[in-house]
Design a protein around this ligand. Structure first.
Ligand code: C2E
Ligand code: MG
Ligand code: MG
Length: 387
């Protein structure tokens, strides 16, 4: 018997009820009967044929076989390694995994002949619903409600122009004011929103609020007007024409679209063509584009020369370490020089001390953002600075 192929004579068993699960099988030819050994005797549950998958249930829930499989005719099976299937299941979305397992549990309960108790069975099965999947479903449901009830808030973190010592603009940072958990950080829920298309209406919501805020500043006669940068994540970028959305939000409120800046995270620059196209179209409409979190995981200097970003935002990890680590300081100095040579301006993120600000000023870094200048402000706090 080869590991890659199993030849069975009629009447030969593939596995017996109660056996531990090892492999699933793909039926290449012949017919396999599924038999359940019950107190009343052997019951034939069904017959599988070419193209059918056999024995995968025990692999999914890592339980002993609940039925036997026997060749009804001569048959050829291809074993599918159990570990290969389990690994895929473990790596899948926890919600999909939980749905699969709860359906399987329900099916097993019905198979075991406890039909009269199927209501109980359903309760038992769903109480086994994995808790991480449950938490995720609850969180996503609450997030949808928060969006619908407009309880997502925007905070505005000042971006400081070091030389002129003035606030040049803001970064819009979303906050979820959760009824019991208080302010929830986007680090927790943006990734969740990105797993479904929920990120699209959230992004649209942020754009609308930002455009309203800029319109209010304009109404107050603020001059010069600060810019507001909005974060755009991968899925938003792929599903929506972000530039068209920015232009529409600005124009419907009579503000200059150039006041809204698009911040793309560095991981996105993997799709160089799409980013490059966005930047060109943005520039044609006077909209600036910033590269966020520069220097983290996905740094790809090979692409940077092709992408005409207006701003590069240095990830806060560098500012955090640069005063204690001379080698880190050397990297920051080199990044400032490189960014300038590419015709862009650097925004240092996470500036928390005067010493950090002074070091950045000395290097010629144009902008600083961080708790030293200001934490993300509420709309009211922000407007109070522009009476
Ligand atoms: P980001 O765009 O890199 O935003 C900067 C984050 O650093 C913010 O966290 C900000 O509060 C924090 N921060 C600023 N200054 C300091 C500082 O001096 N020290 C420290 N320790 N932290 C500082 P936040 O608001 O939790 O946002 C986290 C990330 O969530 C953002 O990182 C951004 O990628 C994402 N995000 C925020 N709002 C939106 C949004 O509207 N849409 C999308 N797609 N993503 C968003
Ligand atoms: Mg950002
Ligand atoms: Mg950042």
């Amino acid at each position: 018997m080869s590991q890659h192929r199993l030849d069975l004579a009629p009447g030969e068993y593939v596995f017996h009820q109660g056996d531990p699960p090892t492999s699933a099988f793909l039926i290449e030819s012949g017919r396999i009967e599924i038999l359940s050994e019950q107190d009343s005797g052997t019951v034939r549950l069904g017959v599988l044929g070419p193209g059918d998958l056999l024995g995968e249930m025990a692999i999914i829930d890592a339980a002993p076989r609940t039925a036997s499989a026997r060749a009804e005719t001569a048959a050829v099976l291809i074993p599918v390694d159990g570990r290969q299937l389990s690994e895929r299941i473990e790596n899948s979305d926890p919600i999909v995994r939980a749905l699969l397992r709860s359906q399987l549990a329900r099916y097993r309960t019905l198979l075991s002949g406890r039909r009269g108790q199927s209501e109980d069975a359903i309760v038992v099965a769903s109480s086994g619903f994995e808790s991480d999947a449950k938490t995720k479903i609850e969180l996503e449901t609450h997030l949808r409600q928060a969006l619908a009830s407009r309880s997502l808030e925007i905070r505005y973190q000042p971006i400081y122009e070091i030389k002129s010592q003035r606030i040049a603009g803001y970064e819009a940072l979303i906050r979820w004011s959760h009824p019991t958990r208080g302010q929830v950080s986007p680090a927790e829920f943006i990734a969740l929103a990105e797993e479904t298309s929920l990120i699209v209406p959230i992004g649209q919501y942020v754009l609308e609020r930002v455009a309203e805020t800029l319109a209010e500043l304009q109404r107050r006669g603020v001059a010069p007007m600060p810019f507001v940068a909005v974060n755009v994540s991968g899925r938003q970028f792929n599903e929506v024409d972000m530039l068209a959305a920015v232009l529409a939000a600005a124009r419907s409120r009579g503000i200059d679209p150039g006041l809204i800046k698009i911040e793309v995270t560095e991981s996105l620059t993997v799709d160089v063509e799409a980013i490059s196209d966005l930047i060109e179209r943005a520039h044609a409409s006077g909209v600036k584009v910033a590269l966020d979190d520069f220097g983290t995981g996905f740094s790809n200097l090979g692409h940077l020369h092709k992408l005409r970003f207006d701003n590069v935002k240095l990830d806060q990890g560098f500012v955090r370490q640069m005063l204690a680590a001379p080698r880190c300081l050397a990297i920051v100095q080199a990044i400032v020089a490189m960014v300038h040579a590419l015709g862009a301006e650097l925004i240092a993120e996470g500036v928390e001390s005067e010493a950090e600000l002074a070091a950045l000023a000395k290097m010629g870094c144009r902008y600083a953002q961080g708790y030293l200048i200001g934490k993300p402000w509420t709309l009211e706090e922000m407007l109070a600075r522009h009476p």
